[in-house]
Design a binder for this molecule. Structure first.
Ligand code: ATP
Ligand code: MG
Length: 346
């Protein structure tokens, strides 16, 4: 694979993007891909598609076997359906027993969604709210490990009773399957199971239901954004550029259906040496904060790469309860406060 630098890419893409009224937010290059993140809030859907096509054509000779990703940081303006005589898409029905549903999502896997969901849920509870936690990762449920429980939910009249853990009402497909049983479901079955875990659970007077999403934008995610009345989404990202580009794909999925992004949380942002306490910025400083500012998304804070956090997650105990005095707990609480305020719960 030939070396490729920004100096080769910038002169090709800047004139095209600027002529279309946009600006370049990020150019990321690695061995397998070229990623462009563009801010173009005023661009129409047609002009956006044309720009994407022109960029791909311009980059193709340089890209070789690399994939080209073009991501718009804000939604391209969709035609107003009422203007052409259609109807706006119906909002999903509310879920019984739940005031607000908040999805915790990312584009890339393994960035810390599940760890964040649990600690954010506990932090929201610390603020005096009644909180539920739903793990909809059908293919890799992690909630049973995170809360150290393999309890089986009881079903009453086909309605599942949530498993109580650390004061949270929780549910996961992991409670319903045998351990290590592979899930080989596809499309409709996955969508059905996702809906069931959302709607056929006896949620009891929740202020917030935190939903731990699987990575990416597959069937489960689509079911959630289309069928669940989401109040908003929290996006988790690591600081590397490419992870941020993936995060933007996740963001676009919510923006398309008008679900507000409550904020971006940077995870594994810096490393604090457990021996000397020195902070090292492994990926460089402030990538997620800058991406959030550029995309007009609230920045919810940066959580360090921490051995103690990893140990708590594996030991089945929420870090926030285990280490009440830690600055990491403070960071979760501050993110939880920002989310609760956006939902007008505080
Ligand atoms: N800030 C952190 N410091 C250290 N380890 C972390 C941190 N956040 C998450 N981890 C660890 O990284 C691993 C992946 O985290 P987690 O399962 O929360 O990610 P995920 O985004 O939910 O993954 P998936 O996409 O597979 O669902 C886990 O072992 C977890 O304990
Ligand atoms: Mg997970």
């Amino acid at each position: 694979m030939t070396e490729l630098t920004r100096d080769q890419i910038d002169p090709l893409v800047h004139p095209l993007i600027e002529a279309a009224g946009g600006t370049v937010l990020t150019v990321a290059i690695d061995a397998n891909s070229i990623g462009l993140v563009i801010a173009a809030p005023e661009i129409s859907r047609e002009a956006g598609s044309k720009l994407e096509h022109d960029l791909r054509t311009a980059l193709a000779p340089l890209a070789g076997t690399r994939d080209i990703h073009v991501v718009f940081s804000q939604p391209r303006r969709a035609p107003d359906p009422r203007a052409v005589g259609g109807k706006a898409p119906p909002r999903p029905e509310p879920i019984k027993g739940v005031k607000h549903i908040v999805a915790v999502a990312s584009g890339k896997g393994g960035v810390g969604k599940s760890t964040t969901s649990l600690n954010l849920a506990v932090a929201l509870q610390t603020l005096g709210l009644t909180v539920g936690l739903l793990d909809v990762d059908i293919f890799g449920p992690s909630l049973p490990t995170l809360i150290g429980s393999n309890a089986r939910p009881e079903a009453k009249d086909k309605v599942l009773q949530p498993i109580e853990a650390f004061g949270l009402q929780t549910m996961s497909i992991g409670f319903l399957l045998e351990a290590d049983q592979p899930v080989v479901w596809r499309g409709p079955r996955v969508m059905g199971a996702t809906q069931q875990m959302l709607k056929d659970v006896a949620w009891d007077d929740l202020d917030v239901l935190v939903v731990d999403m699987p990575p990416g934008t597959g069937d489960v995610q689509l079911t959630m954004v289309q069928q669940a009345p989401l109040s908003g989404a929290v996006i988790v990202s690591t600081p590397q550029d490419l992870a941020l580009i993936d995060a933007r794909k996740g963001i676009a999925m919510f923006e398309k259906v008008g679900v507000p992004i409550l904020g971006l949380l940077e995870n594994m942002s810096h490393f604090i040496c457990p021996k000397c306490g020195e902070t090292t910025d492994i990926y460089g400083e402030g990538g997620a904060r800058k991406a959030a500012e550029d995309g007009n998304i609230p920045f919810l804070g940066a959580l360090p790469l921490s051995l103690e956090l990893r140990i708590s997650a594996d030991a089945g105990k929420p870090f926030v309860l285990d280490h009440p005095e830690s600055p990491i707990t403070e960071a979760y609480l501050s993110a939880a406060k920002a989310v609760a305020q956006r939902l007008a719960l505080l």
